[in-house]
Design a protein around this ligand. Structure first.
Ligand code: TNX
Length: 540
């Protein structure tokens, strides 16, 4: 017998293949979720009911828009459907069809339905029913459909986040989720003044906000170190004021076209952009661009350090108000949302008797352009217009002065949600003037009980600011934002009664694979049980 005949006939091949397959399947068991209650979602939905089976997304699955009862924004559902198809495409490789139909059936499709009223009556709420042979997502507004899609996304295996085709199966545990936000406003702030961030980076940030159901991007567009938005009537603001940044780098600015692109990208994700032009302090970049904004008519030097509180507009010069009117007039034309942020913080070299009439007059200017004012908590020392909102960051007493005037408060307590604060003394980035903020500390607080006298009914929502004195690239931004941002998003969305750190840390730990699939440079805090396998949480 030919001693090679056994190899020649290849009898061994199927055996080796099945042994290999066995080992591969042992190391990477397919994610076959059966219990919706054990899925690690962030923010935790308000209501979850499991029914013990699973739905499978396949190359046959279509996204079907049901003719709902919605009269307004009929294109909304289609836009969200296309977004979902786009989200699913890279990792599954499926060309998911988006089409319209009058009825639904058990055909393995995902149905989207927009009704005139949402199940809860609250904006952005949704109901997601996952059945063995179909998924149905219903909402009262397109934003609700969009938020529901983020839930669906998190129920799929983390590999759904990769941008190249991955191995399925794409299964989701069956059951029902009914969900709505605790607060109408949930935002992230990005300081593009201290260090400039390109349009592409801002879009990434918007995607991160969207993933956790946040609905506002506050852009800090001007400060001592830079002016970042083109104002056609005052061109030196960007040619000179935008030409540098902290540390002396080249800075940059958004043309109005680029800014509109950012606004549109955010709008497609049901996120409003709130532009901030900080004043009367934090204005050195403007004071270095136009001499007439200074009381002494002398142009200031560009500034690339990180001190605060040394600059001020000349509050009793008429040209200053003409300038502000021009700036806010142009800005108002670039945004879709109702708010313009006027800053107002740390005006240490503006006398209070100048500061108050200044803020009063600037509110009127914003109003004249059809927008409402948001300002840092110091503005509550002025007389607030009826719709003005106060952003609490440092002084609870200021926020309470705002509440006494009937203003709603945005909660951004520096010691809890300033994402530029170091996690601990060894963090290579960030500051620590407010606190070292570990992941547990940024999660364990409740906006409605943090300060006596600031209660749920006074609060518009929460916002996590990222100041960028020490942050100049996307990887570093991600390191400070992840994993604290998802926690702030949950504080804004999930009722306090449904939140606890013991459960949250498990759900956060289960995001590891998702962060990795997205290429996010997160801080691997020792407070969190990061888990490679999708360890699902114990259900209480
Ligand atoms: C305080 S928060 C500031 C910012 C700084 C930040 C650094 C606020 C309204 N003002 O100008 O960038 O601290 O953490």
């Amino acid at each position: 017998m030919n001693k090679f005949s056994i190899f020649g006939k290849m009898h061994w091949l199927p055996v080796v293949v099945s042994i290999l397959a066995f080992f591969i399947s042992c190391t990477e068991p397919p994610h076959t979720p059966k219990d919706l209650l054990k899925e690690a979602l962030i923010p935790q939905p308000v209501f979850v009911e499991a029914d013990g089976s699973s739905f499978s997304l396949t190359d046959k699955t279509a996204i079907v828009l049901l003719n709902g009862e919605s009269s307004e924004d009929p294109e909304g559902a289609e836009k969200v459907g296309r977004y979902l198809a786009g989200l699913l495409k890279p990792a599954t490789g499926f060309d998911v069809q988006v089409r319209t139909s009058g009825s639904e059936s058990d055909d393995g499709n995902i149905y989207l339905q927009l009704n005139d009223s949402s199940p809860s009556g609250i904006a952005e709420s949704y109901e997601l029913s996952i059945m063995e042979n179909r998924v149905k997502l219903t909402a009262g507004d397109p934003a609700g459909l969009f938020r529901g899609i983020q839930t669906l996304r998190q129920l799929l295996p983390p590999s759904i986040e990769k941008n190249t085709p991955q191995q399925g199966p794409w299964e989701i545990a069956t059951g029902t989720i009914r969900d709505s936000p605790a607060y109408p406003y949930r935002g992230g702030m990005l300081d593009v003044a201290r260090h400039f961030f390109k349009v592409e980076d801002v879009k990434k940030y918007i995607d991160y906000l969207a993933m956790y159901k946040m609905n506002a991007l506050h852009l800090h567009l001007s400060d001592d170190q830079g002016w970042r938005i083109e104002i056609k009537s005052w061109p030196e603001l960007t040619t000179r004021g935008g030409s540098t940044e902290v540390g002396g780098g080249e800075g940059g600015f958004y043309t109005q076209e680029e800014f509109k692109e950012i606004v549109q990208y955010a709008d497609d994700r049901y996120i409003m952009v709130i532009p901030e032009i900080d004043m009367p302090g934090h204005t050195n970049a403007a004071l270095a661009s136009y001499a007439e904004l200074n009381c002494d008519d002398k142009l200031r030097e560009l500034y690339t350090g990180i001190e605060v509180g040394f600059s001020t507009f000349c509050t009793d010069k008429e040209v200053v108000y003409k300038f502000i009117d021009d700036v806010f007039g142009e800005l108002a034309g670039l945004i879709n949302g109702p708010y313009i942020h006027i800053g107002g913080d740390e005006s240490h070299v503006t006398a209070l008797e100048d500061y108050i009439p200044f803020v009063n007059r600037v509110q009127e200017i914003v109003k004249s352009h059809g927008k409402q004012v948001i300002g840092w908590d110091e503005i509550a020392n002025a007389t607030l217009l009826p719709n003005t909102k106060v952003q609490y960051w440092a002084e609870a007493e200021n926020a309470k002065k705002g509440i006494a005037q009937g203003a709603e408060v945005i909660m951004s307590p520096a010691r809890k949600v300033y994402l530029d604060m170091q996690y601990d003394s060894t963090t290579r980035l960030g500051l620590h003037w407010a606190a070292y903020i570990e992941v547990d500390s940024s999660y364990i607080w409740d906006p409605a009980t943090l300060e006596n006298g600031i209660e749920k009914q006074h609060i518009f929502g929460v916002e996590a600011p990222l100041w960028t004195e020490t942050i100049d690239k996307l990887d570093d931004l991600e390191y400070m934002v992840f994993p604290r941002l998802p926690g702030v998003a949950e504080i804004g969305w999930t009722p306090a009664s449904e939140r606890n750190w013991a459960d949250y840390r498990l759900r956060l730990g289960a995001q590891k694979k998702r962060f990795e699939a997205l290429g996010i440079d997160y801080y691997p805090s020792a407070k969190v049980p990061w888990s490679d396998t999708l360890v699902t949480r114990p259900v209480q």
